[in-house]
Ligand binder design. Structure first.
Ligand code: HEC
Length: 147
């Protein structure tokens, strides 16, 4: 029986096709930068572990939410955060989200293990996983776009 002959160029093409997906596969590379569209449903609704809206969807007052009202929809939350100053007694006059500067953003700092003021968020809830925290960090680092 004659051996099946492979053309070298066809073989190279098959190898190239087989390799391309493994180079760009999302599962084998570090997490994609977070977007607000992926972060919002993960953290804000009361059905999530973080449930920011449980407290920050209430009218602004010192005891329930440190005077930070973020509404119960994505657009309201985004508008409440970008370039806005905090007014809570524990963390007054800090910018909540400074685009391109996660470490300088109170919103990010409050989700980390040692926030500079007040308690770690979500208050009384499950701390964010490393992956969730990285999504928030990378979203702000990439400009905190309404994406
Ligand atoms: C159980 C209620 C509760 C939940 C849930 C909660 N927070 Fe808070 N949050 C508070 C309270 C009370 C304060 C004020 C005291 C403090 O800063 O420790 C506060 C303060 C903050 C501040 C500072 C506001 C300011 O103007 O000083 C940020 C930012 C914040 N929370 C973000 C979040 C995020 C993001 C989530 C969801 C991941 C979340 N919080 C979940 C109650 C909550």
């Amino acid at each position: 029986m004659p051996a099946v002959k492979r053309s070298p160029s066809l073989f190279a093409a098959v190898v190239a096709i087989a390799l391309v997906p493994s180079c760009s596969s999302p599962s084998s590379t570090p997490a994609e930068p977070g977007t607000f569209t992926t972060i919002y449903p993960l953290l804000f609704p009361v059905s999530t572990n973080a449930r920011c809206n449980f407290c920050h969807g209430l009218p602004a007052n010192e005891t329930s939410n440190g005077k930070l009202f973020m509404g119960t929809d994505k657009a309201t939350a985004y508008a409440a955060l970008i370039g806005k100053l905090s007014t809570g007694n524990k963390c007054p006059n800090e910018t909540l989200v400074v685009p391109n500067d996660p470490e300088g953003s109170l919103f990010y700092q409050k989700l980390t293990a040692s926030p500079p003021c007040g308690s770690r968020m979500p208050l009384g809830g499950t701390p964010l996983s490393g992956e969730q925290l990285e999504m928030v960090r990378s979203w702000i680092a990439a400009g905190a776009k309404d994406d």
